[in-house]
Design a protein around this ligand. Structure first.
Ligand code: SF4
Length: 488
């Protein structure tokens, strides 16, 4: 396989800081460091270091002594990780660092979602995609109706398909949804399956293949991640989230949408990491985990769907908010910063964005980001923020949440939104209904409603409702079956 990398610029993804690497030439690979391409495609290249002598010659993974590996890394100013003492995989993007960092963030206002999204794509600095393998990653993580603001508007996904297909790219759409639903179910429910079928685009269940374990060098809370292989194999990854508020992370945009590239329960694990002693108290482990994810996996392009966003009890129990805005950019963090600003939030106060900006070469400072149009002020349309505690939103209900994941938290938010008045009939004599969720509950009041499998260890102390997560109507029914009304 030809290497063909002479004088190419690379951006190191598996390494702290996304720093541009020095020019690397094919001769370096052949004669100095003996790096060989394990898999080469037009814009994404994986390398493995091979043993070049002895019996192991041409084996795909190395058995080189770690000291030697570290010498190679020093020569090339690379970060490196050994996994199981022998596997090393690096991912480089052929995209020039200058391209993503200096290209503008496009903001389009249009009441027609397809036209607005298509315009954002055509105005952006997207390189030629002819012959490339493009993976679209919308937010299709839940089986909900289209146009609720919870999942990406299918018309925006349609615009992205048409844009890349016209460039003769091979387009696929992938998702690893929340626990309890399959990608096939969410694609159908969200309307994305219909637009994909019409355009003969493959829908990829990202959970169908075993995960690739990717090291996270210098991670704050993670040392490795289980990433869906289709994501890593794509030449060009496009994150297409919907603009939402989020009870755990304040906003959910292009970077947060990358969580749907983690296989099955790996997404849940990000909510359940033990808190390191040195993490500042104002930060959640989840914020640090998302920033760690950003240090190894960023989309090549972000197309943020603000046709209909979601405010308040996001990510799934909030209220739809029509904005008719579309944000497109090669720099994911810049796109998220601009989208957060349009939603009325200060990007510097969104912890996962601020942390990711520290560990990548991107900026979330609007003064350093070029936007088209330059003046965004007429487009800013503030969202109601997500409450940090459900108990504040519903004072008669006390919610004990200790390290739940978004699926259970959303279920409880939905339960309260839909059935709040009915639930009050089953409150304790103190007129409060106690609900608990999450894997780290220490103590719960007697009679507490325990939501989800993570609370099973406390089942003797209350009403346990199994599921991962259970659905709101089942929870209501279980409470009704078990409870006796305290109201006269
Ligand atoms: S039971 Fe709930 S909190 Fe636990 S993993 Fe399942 S969805 Fe997440």
């Amino acid at each position: 396989m030809g290497i063909g990398l002479i004088n190419a610029h690379f951006r190191l993804v598996h390494g702290r800081g996304l720093d541009p690497c020095r020019n690397i030439t094919s001769s370096h690979f052949k004669t100095s460091a003996q790096w060989e391409p394990l898999l080469q495609s037009n814009s994404t290249i994986f390398f493995a270091l091979r043993q070049t002598c002895g019996k192991a010659r041409n084996q795909p993974f190395i058995k080189t002594h770690p000291t030697q590996v570290h010498i190679y890394c020093q020569v090339f100013s690379l970060h490196i990780s050994l996994l199981n003492d022998k596997i090393i995989i690096w991912r480089f993007l052929t995209q020039s660092p200058a391209m993503s960092q200096n290209s503008p963030v496009i903001v389009v206002s249009n009441t027609d979602a397809y036209a607005g999204a298509f315009k954002a794509l055509t105005q952006a600095d997207i390189p030629s995609m002819s012959g490339k393998n493009v993976l679209l990653k919308p937010n299709a993580g839940r089986a909900v109706d289209p146009l609720t603001g919870i999942t990406t508007n299918p018309e925006v996904v349609a615009a992205a398909i048409d844009f890349f297909q016209r460039q003769r790219a091979s387009v696929r759409i992938g998702e690893s949804p929340i626990m309890g639903v399959t990608a096939a179910e969410t694609f159908e429910a969200t309307g994305i399956a219909q637009i994909a079928r019409k355009r003969h685009v493959e829908l990829v269940d990202l959970d169908a293949r075993p995960a690739k374990i990717v090291p996270v060098p210098n991670g704050r809370v993670l040392s490795k991640l289980r990433i869906c292989p289709d994501v890593l194999e794509a030449d060009f990854l496009v994150s297409i989230p919907v603009m939402k508020t989020h009870m755990h992370t304040a906003v959910s945009l292009a970077l947060k949408n990358m969580k749907g590239c983690l296989r099955l329960k790996e997404k849940v694990r990000l909510h359940q990491i033990d808190r390191p002693a040195d993490l500042p108290p104002e930060l959640k482990t989840l914020d640090a985990a998302i920033a760690d994810l950003a240090s190894v996996l960023l989309p090549d392009f972000s197309l943020i769907d603000g046709s209909i966003g979601l405010e308040g009890l996001g990510p799934s129990a909030g209220s739809a908010k029509r904005l008719n805005l579309f944000v497109g950019a090669c720099d994911c963090l810049a796109a998220d910063a601009v989208a957060a600003h349009l939603m009325g939030f200060d990007p510097a106060k969104i912890p996962h964005l601020a942390l990711a900006a520290q560990t990548t070469s991107s900026s979330i400072d609007l003064a350093e980001i070029t936007t088209i149009p330059a003046d965004l002020s007429p487009l800013v349309n503030p969202f109601d923020p997500a409450p940090t505690e459900l108990s504040l939103e519903y004072p008669s209900i006390i919610v004990h949440d200790c390290d739940s994941c978004s699926a259970c938290l959303s279920t409880v938010a939905m339960l309260l939104k839909r059935y709040h008045s009915q639930l009050l009939d089953y409150a304790s004599p103190d007129r409060k209904l106690h609900i608990a969720l999450g894997k780290s509950l220490s103590d719960v009041p007697p009679g507490c409603v325990l939501i989800g499998n993570c609370t099973a260890t406390k089942k003797a102390q209350g009403l346990f409702i199994k599921g991962c997560p259970p659905v709101p109507s089942e929870i209501l029914q279980a409470i009704k079956n078990a409870g006796k009304k305290h109201r006269p």
